[in-house]
Design a protein. Structure first.
Length: 407
């Protein structure tokens, strides 16, 4: 496995990637009630703020299975048996070859370059390991570990929650999940709605924009749609908040093989992270909720899970959406989106309370919560925006809510 180099150990560790070694966070506000971490201990301050996000919801989840079962009859049965078939050496070789060089390492400090340069020795070993994982529904403990590199979103850089957590996972784990992601992607177009444009082969973000622009044109030409609007929803900490039990029930209902579901459950049990910043690492923190940003499967899992919100919106007869037409083509668009950005199209603002109640019901089982500051309602008939009411406002209260206009 060391090849023919005279000093393999020295060469091996010399190539450890340090892409994010200079990650520097100058100032962070301490969390109220947290221990005094000291001016230089930013990693533990990050951990203090993120512990609640990474350790699940505080409310009692709704009846997840009953909610998911409501929509099963709407789905066409898919043959997903190829997803958990034995992994081959060519698949492992192809996955290693796809990784970009110079990327940050995970906790084991083994770089993508090493896997690529020593692929002939590594591939047979990894292939055997991955097939054991598939057969036994178990994975190495190292697959459950991650370092968290925090990228500022801009704005208040002293707010620890205003950073995007990127999980730096071990390359051997990402090679494994990339192979599985390739297999899942082949079926995605039949597993999610046609108007989900994120991460589905053959679809892209431009389709989402084109759809919105088309709806604006229709609304401005049709007097009956003068009060039509689109709700642009943003879910707070979406990947980190998704309920893992909800994801498991959705995968089961969608027809994913039991072995694959068992593997997903194993890879989302006893997970831990350590924050990295300013050349330091935090103590390990257990993670009990969400999917793993940085994992090739994560965006696919998310759109499969959020597809039930699309089902719920589409199933509500009162939410007919906006009719788009081109020649003999006619279709009503009521929900669309790109990954975690979701748009609900309404014939009238009077229907907003119904739409938000559906979102509330979905939130109760999925763990996702609206980010009110980033969620807006746009009148399709005129270039005007308003802040949405809080998601816990009931349908009765929504009609009386005062909307704050954006400048």
């Amino acid at each position: 496995m060391h090849g023919t180099r005279r000093d393999p150990a020295k060469f091996f560790f010399k190539r450890i990637c340090t892409k994010y070694g200079d990650n520097n966070i100058p100032t962070l506000r301490a969390r109220e009630g947290a221990p005094d971490r000291g001016a230089h201990n930013k990693v533990e301050t990050l951990a203090d703020h993120w512990v609640d996000v990474f350790n699940g919801r505080t409310d009692q989840p709704g009846d997840i299975k009953s909610y998911v079962d409501k929509f099963k009859d709407q789905w066409e049965t898919q043959d997903l048996s190829d997803i958990d078939k034995a992994i081959t050496e060519p698949e492992v070789m192809a996955a290693i070859g796809k990784w970009k060089l110079g990327k940050a390492c995970g906790p084991d400090n083994i770089s993508n370059e090493w896997y690529r340069d020593d692929a002939e020795q590594v591939v047979p070993i990894l292939t055997r390991l991955y097939n054991v994982c598939l057969r036994e529904d178990c994975i190495p403990e190292s697959f459950l570990e991650a370092y968290i590199f925090s990228i500022s979103k801009g704005g208040d850089t002293c707010n620890a929650l205003n950073y995007r957590p990127i999980a730096l996972l071990n390359t051997d784990y990402k090679v494994f999940t990339r192979i599985l992601a390739w297999r899942v992607r082949k079926h995605l177009s039949k597993l999610v709605h046609d108007t989900q444009f994120g991460f589905v082969p053959g679809r892209n973000i431009h389709d989402t924009i084109d759809l919105l622009e088309a709806a604006k044109v229709v609304a401005r030409q049709n007097g009956k749609l003068s009060n039509a609007q689109v709700l642009l929803l943003d879910f707070a900490k979406a990947y980190d908040s998704l309920d893992r039990e909800f994801l498991r029930e959705v995968l089961k209902a969608k027809g994913f093989p039991p072995k694959f579901i068992g593997l997903v459950q194993a890879s989302h049990t006893n997970t831990s992270v350590r924050f990295m910043a300013n050349g330091r690492l935090s103590n390990p923190m257990q993670v009990t909720s969400g999917i793993r940003q940085g994992c090739p499967l994560a965006p696919l899992f998310f759109i499969i899970a959020v597809d039930l919100l699309y089902d719920a919106i589409s199933s509500e007869e009162k939410l007919r959406g906006v009719e788009l037409s081109c020649g003999s083509y006619r279709d009503h668009i009521n929900v669309a989106g790109y990954a975690d950005d979701t748009a609900i199209y309404l014939e009238s603002s009077d229907l907003q309370d119904i739409a938000l109640e559906i979102v509330n019901c979905f939130s109760a089982v999925s763990g996702l919560r609206l980010n009110i500051k980033k969620s807006v309602a746009i009148r399709l008939g005129a270039p005007q925006q308003c802040i949405l009411p809080a998601p816990d406002i009931t349908a009765r209260d929504c009609t009386a809510a005062q909307y704050k206009r954006c400048k």
